[in-house]
Design a protein around this ligand. Structure first.
Ligand SMILES: *Cc1c(COP(=O)(O)O)cnc(C)c1O
Length: 466
């Protein structure tokens, strides 16, 4: 009996062509590509078929099916890569895209990519030019380096430098610096892929100058110093400063590389943010080659910046891998504009979003938190407890691992909806709002919320909590 009933229903299902004809006549489908509609029709019919076989109630009217098709097709044409609101307070959030570009960079991306440019053209001579010249002089001016090169990202910069300077040669690294930086970047693995031979020296917590000296052989190609970006070893520790490695290296004819990881062009200690050396300090200490990311503390686009002595940078430029890792023109445009802002140290903090968020004051953040609180308090139901709390933001991106930034956050707790559930609903909003949970409260940190986003957050919270 059931079987026959199902067969009857299945036979009554409208055909794809019939539905497609209806869609062609329906103006509400006008903006949707026909191929998208077709696959949405198949999706809708498949859904009904499954429901019939599972004995579920089904509506076989054209109207209902077309409504499903319309909804599915509209979802299908949305981008996969979408904007989200970062309410986590982690400024350089790698999962959420790290740096936000400054206005100047955005404008330059549009200008350069919507027309032709002198990307690899020398206007003075009318001949082929060099891609890197857009930023090389600027990088040298800002850091004191002799020469510079930019590639796709810092992982690429490290791979390329190791391969250029130490292929089939030993690279001496302290055991305390064999780091893994989120995702799949591990110094020993990059070393293997670059065809360099890792020679570990010292111990996890202490490495001395004599460890490096004793490890030198005829086949030593490089000393590598890696910034332990995302962790800190405390207690009985010792490591060898780059300047000392340079002294040893000079004696034995071994170049020194420093992977700075984040790398900063300005002295953040002025703003109460740790006391890390700047890139200029690293250049001064004499390293032959230095690499760092474009989208960490620099606040620019994803890029790997390589600074160094002229002859060393030339060797790297001539490596065929450089072509494989080359920076694209959009990135180059954004990087040049970002770097130009650093010429004006007084204003750079205000203009580069990453720097603005990192140096934002507690007082200012508290003011913004209060505005949000005032807007929400009167309209949220009684079961919601909403308050301000003095909590911390984090720089993220493997910068200043043990530093926290004092912040004023909004905490939300409800008797009806758990923090976990609230977090999920906000995350799945049309414009996802990403926050964090602390002590069973949902926490919103205004430090990383951009202008105009407060409104969306409030509207969404009101919708979810009422
Ligand atoms: C972040 C980091 C990298 C990787 O840089 P990307 O620009 O993300 O490729 C490499 N080394 C160190 C020390 C880092 O902190």
């Amino acid at each position: 009996m059931e079987h026959n009933k199902n067969q009857n229903l299945l036979r009554k299902l409208p055909g794809v062509d019939h539905l497609l004809e209806l869609i062609k006549k329906d103006t509400s489908f006008k903006q949707l590509p026909l191929n998208v509609c077709k696959s949405s029709i198949r999706y809708a019919l498949e859904n009904i078929r499954t429901n019939i076989l599972n004995e579920k109630k089904v509506d076989l009217s054209d109207k209902t099916i077309l409504a499903t098709v319309f909804k599915h097709a509209n979802n299908d044409i949305k981008n996969n890569l979408i904007g989200v609101i970062n309410a986590t307070g982690v400024v350089l959030h790698t999962n959420l895209g790290r740096s936000l570009l400054c206005k100047e960079a955005l404008k330059n991306i549009t200008d350069i990519s919507s027309g032709y440019s002198n990307l690899e053209y020398n206007i003075d001579k009318g001949t082929r030019g060099i891609r890197y010249s857009a930023v090389e002089d600027l990088l040298c001016e800002l850091t004191g380096a002799e020469a510079a090169l930019v590639v796709n990202n810092n992982a690429g910069a490290v791979l390329l430098s190791l391969n250029s300077l130490a292929e089939n040669k030993e690279v001496i690294v302290s055991r305390g610096e064999l780091v893994e930086i989120g995702g799949a970047f591990r110094i020993p693995d990059v070393m293997t892929k670059s065809n360099a031979i890792l020679k570990e020296v010292g111990t996890t917590n202490r490495t001395h100058a004599r460890d490096y000296t004793m490890a030198i052989s005829d086949n030593t190609g490089l000393f590598l110093k890696v910034h332990t970006s995302n962790y800190q070893i405390e207690g009985f520790t010792s490591s060898v400063p780059v300047a000392d490695l340079v002294t040893i290296g000079k004696k034995h004819g071994i170049p020194v590389m420093e992977d700075l990881g984040s790398g900063m062009l300005i002295d953040f200690s002025k703003y109460g943010l740790g006391s890390e050396p700047t890139i200029r300090d690293s250049v001064k200490s004499g390293a032959d080659v230095i690499s760092f990311s474009g989208d960490k503390l620099l606040g620019g686009p994803q890029a790997g910046i390589i600074l160094g002595k002229k002859d060393i940078i030339n060797i790297i430029k001539n490596n065929p891998l450089t072509r494989a890792l080359r920076i694209d023109k959009l990135t180059l445009a954004a990087l040049e504009s970002t770097l130009r802002l650093y010429r004006d140290e007084e204003n750079v903090i205000k203009k580069i979003p990453t720097l603005r968020m990192l140096t934002d004051s507690y007082t200012n953040i508290k003011k913004r938190a209060s505005t949000i609180l005032k807007r929400l308090e009167p309209v949220l139901p009684k079961h919601v407890e909403i308050k301000l709390a003095d909590l911390s933001s984090r720089p993220g991106g493997g910068a200043f691992p043990s530093l926290t930034l004092p912040s004023s956050c909004i905490t939300i707790k409800s008797a009806k909806i758990s923090a976990v559930e609230l977090e999920k609903k906000l995350r799945k909003n049309d414009t996802p709002v990403i926050g964090r949970i602390e002590d069973n409260c949902f926490v919103i940190d205004p430090r990383t919320i951009q202008k105009g986003e407060e409104k969306i957050i409030c509207k969404t919270l009101i919708k979810i909590l009422n």
